[in-house]
Every structure is written in structure tokens, then in C-alpha cells.
Design a protein around this ligand. Structure first.
Ligand code: MG
Length: 274
């Protein structure tokens, strides 16, 4: 389900879906077992039916978010994770010092050095991140300005140069990667600073490890609403359906090294009541 609004997404399978054909009255008694099987396996209304990374999935409309703005300073109760001067709040995934370069008020991915993760763990948060993809742009599709903001190190909001750069809808900038395209494409051109303002509620697991509440995420991209309380269906994976694995209530924030020299500045986070 997307945004709790059944029917929000067009469903390309609907014209050929067995769910549709199941609605017809079978002509023979032999058809009834097949009908029952179809009813049982049909996806309920509102549940996402596009294949993961489908290139047929419509691209969101483009919205010009206006010109880039100066860095947005943190509110008083925010935890500043990066203020442009050092990566003291970050480390590599293996616990060694973060190896991304810091200069001129930003940090930049050094391809091949790996992701960086916050030293602190977080659960429910409000997060502000500013980023810029390389200019002039290099590469196409997923290879152009790819990085990512991984809430709890698991749930990716895609960072990508999606300015005149086509890719599958669930993999463009501000997508919940592999799950939910943004409502609109509010990308600025490469080299310009862009913002993500994110409200994230972590998943809740029952003592037996089953999912009690899925994670939810709201994202503003350059001030434009692009994810509206979107249900996250599981940890980010490539080219597969996501699913949940139980995990702790707090985990580090992660920024992805996808081999492209993407820049970040002004990263702050506010912990929300759990
Ligand atoms: Mg990415």
C-alpha cells in the first residue's frame, strides 16, 4: 500500500490480471477450485503491484522546486551530525575512521572507501540532509550521482541525479528504493544543493520477531512533499521484494558509497518520542 490510499497507484497488470478474470463467473464446476486459488493469492486492493524496478512504471511529474538555498542551520534541540567541518560523528561500517574527504564545508564520497555510518544509533527521527550530485554529470541512470540516505542503515531514500536522467521510478531521487517512487520529481540540476527533510518512524517488532508496525516515512525534497507517510515494506534490497528482519530499536544512520563523488553538508537529526 502506498500512503494508506488504496488505488493511488495505477496498476498495469489490471487488464491482464488473473484477479480480474477471477471476477468472471466460471462456466464449469471445474473452474471453482482455480477461482478459489486465485482469490486467495490475489493482492488486496491498494497493495503495490508493480514489479520491483519496473521500467514501465510511470515516472512522477517533474516539479521545479526553485533555486538552491543557503545551508539550513539546525534547530536548538537537534543533534548535529555534520556541520561542514569534520566527520567526528561518523565512521566506516567496520568501525574504522570515515574516509570521505571534507573540504569547503562539505564531505564528499571517495569512491571505494565504503559507506559512512553515524556513531550514534537512532530510531524515530526527524532528519535534515543536504546533498549535491557531481557537475558536469557523468554516467546514466543509476550510475549518475548515486548515493543514499539509509535510515537505521537499512531503509534507503535514494540519492541520485534525477534531473533529466531517466531511471526506473522506484529508483530515482527521493524514492524509497525499490518500493515507492516519489510523488513528484523535485530535483535540482547536478551540482546544486538539494535538501531532504525526513520524518521516519521505525518498524515495531513483536517479541516473536513478527512485524507489529511497518516503518513509515515522510520526505520533503527541496521543500516539496514527495513521500507522504509512506509504508516501508522492509529493508532495502536490489531487484527483490523487500521484507523485514527483526532489529534493535536504534541503529546508525548510513550514507552510501555507490561509487559516485556525491557531496553532503548540513546534516542534523532530532530524536522523536519513541
Ligand atoms: Mg543509492
Amino acid at each position: 500500500m502506498r500512503n494508506g490510499k488504496p488505488g493511488f497507484e495505477p496498476r498495469p497488470e489490471s487488464s491482464t490480471s488473473p484477479c480480474n478474470s477471477a471476477l468472471r463467473i466460471p462456466h464449469s464446476a471445474f473452474a471453482w477450485p482455480a477461482l478459489l486459488a486465485l482469490v486467495v493469492t490475489c493482492v488486496p486492493p491498494g497493495v503495490e503491484q508493480w514489479p520491483v524496478h519496473s521500467t514501465d512504471r510511470p515516472r512522477p511529474p517533474v516539479v521545479d522546486p526553485g533555486p538552491e538555498r543557503p545551508p539550513e542551520p539546525p534547530p536548538a534541540d537537534a543533534i548535529v551530525l555534520f556541520d561542514g567541518t569534520d566527520l567526528s560523528q561518523w565512521q566506516s561500517q567496520d568501525g574504522t575512521p570515515a574516509r570521505w574527504v571534507v573540504r569547503d564545508g562539505y564531505t564528499q564520497v571517495v569512491p571505494g572507501t565504503g559507506a559512512i555510518v553515524s556513531k550514534r544509533g537512532f530510531g524515530d527521527v526527524q532528519l535534515h540532509v543536504e546533498w549535491a550530485t557531481p557537475a558536469p554529470p557523468k554516467g546514466e541512470g543509476q550510475e549518475r550521482g548515486n548515493s543514499g540516505v539509509f535510515l537505521m542503515g537499512l531503509y534507503e531514500i535514494q540519492v541520485l541525479d534525477s534531473y533529466n536522467n531517466d531511471t526506473y521510478a522506484d529508483g530515482q531521487a527521493a524514492a524509497v528504493y525499490g518500493q515507492a517512487p516519489p510523488l513528484v520529481n523535485a530535483s535540482r540540476p547536478p551540482g546544486r544543493w538539494q535538501t531532504y527533510d525526513i520524518v521516519f518512524h521505525r518498524p515495531r517488532f513483536a517479541p516473536n520477531g513478527s512485524v507489529r508496525d511497518s516503518a513509515r516515512i515522510t520526505v520533503l525534497h527541496n521543500g516539496v512533499l514527495v513521500q507522504d507517510n509512506t509504508v516501508i515494506t522492509g529493508g532495502t534490497v536490489h531487484a527483490r521484494r523487500a521484507h523485514y528482519e527483526p532489529h534493535p530499536d536504534r541503529l546508525p544512520l548510513m550514507l552510501q558509497d555507490h561509487g559516485n563523488p556525491v557531496r553532503y553538508r548540513e546534516i542534523w537529526i532530532r530524536e522523536l518520542p519513541q
